[in-house]
Design a protein around this ligand. Sequence first.
Ligand SMILES: Nc1ncnc2c1ncn2[C@@H]1O[C@H](COP(=O)(O)OP(=O)(O)OP(=O)(O)O)[C@@H](O)[C@H]1O
Length: 308
Amino acid sequence: MKAIEVVGLTKYYGSFLAVDNVSFEVRKGEIFGFLGPNGAGKTTTVRTITGVLRPNSGEIRVLGYDMLDEREKIKARERTGIVPEMANPYVDLTAMQNLRLMGELYGMGRGEIEKRSVELLKLFDLYEKRNMKVRAFSKGMRQRLILAMAMISDPELLILDEPTSGLDVISARLIKDVIREEKRKGKTIFMTTHNMIDANELCERIGIIRKGRLIAIDTPEKLKQLVRGSVSVEVSFEPMKLETSSISSAIRVELMGDKARVFTNDPDATVKELVYYAERKGLRIVSLRTLSPSLEDVFIKLVGEKND
Ligand SMILES: Nc1ncnc2c1ncn2[C@@H]1O[C@H](COP(=O)(O)OP(=O)(O)OP(=O)(O)O)[C@@H](O)[C@H]1O
């Protein structure tokens, strides 16, 4: 069974098509990232997956439950922790009271709520501030509390809409550490993000959405291979001489100070050619390394190029 299965999801707002026939699945135990520019349809997808919005068409299963069936939806929600976009704790309550309230909503017993709350407050570095009203909390502290609230019932699936967006470095790092730790414990995490660095660091698979359409879905490393011609081999010879025409696998060569950057679709062939070239010319290889494209290169290429 998959943690999330989405087939042909389509959602209109009036006549505006926000999510267009999107299909994907999230495997149990993985961190899946849903990446896309502003207005791409990430939040709309999250809201349909969590049963807040009803799609116009498509099938959605969460932990095997049909999210279009009201009874099954409740069962799925009992086992899922959700951080919606722009979520806010109750500002007139303390951190502890917010957690208690959430525990009660999940039908947990008093003792269990107290124990789990203390554990989470410590995990999110909020224990010292547990009796302070949330009104006095910074954005980072609020976001940490929101995630703690979503985790109160120790759910097997976390659905997080932009969990690290706009946060201070320390809060963002703490949240990323918790996400990794949850994965280590066998939990599944579905998260949306704009942040390429976070997606690259955290996610095992990434779906890229643009204008409501899923345009790519794969591991970060495989996605990077989509950016043909952005792989390069950086080489430094002593003395630094390179007749660019002698490297037949090169797409283009950039000379930079004491190095050359050879762009290629076949780094293996390029490395071999460079080594052979150095041997023939009697040059010493000072350094030789392959540089991969970043997830940002992939994103810019895919988001910029795919026309409807
Ligand atoms: N309630 C609504 N009524 C009309 N249009 C909406 C509504 N909610 C979202 N939209 C539009 O649907 C599109 C997708 O919005 P959505 O919030 O899902 O995108 P997103 O990828 O989450 O963007 P962001 O990263 O900015 O949060 C956008 O063009 C948005 O303007």
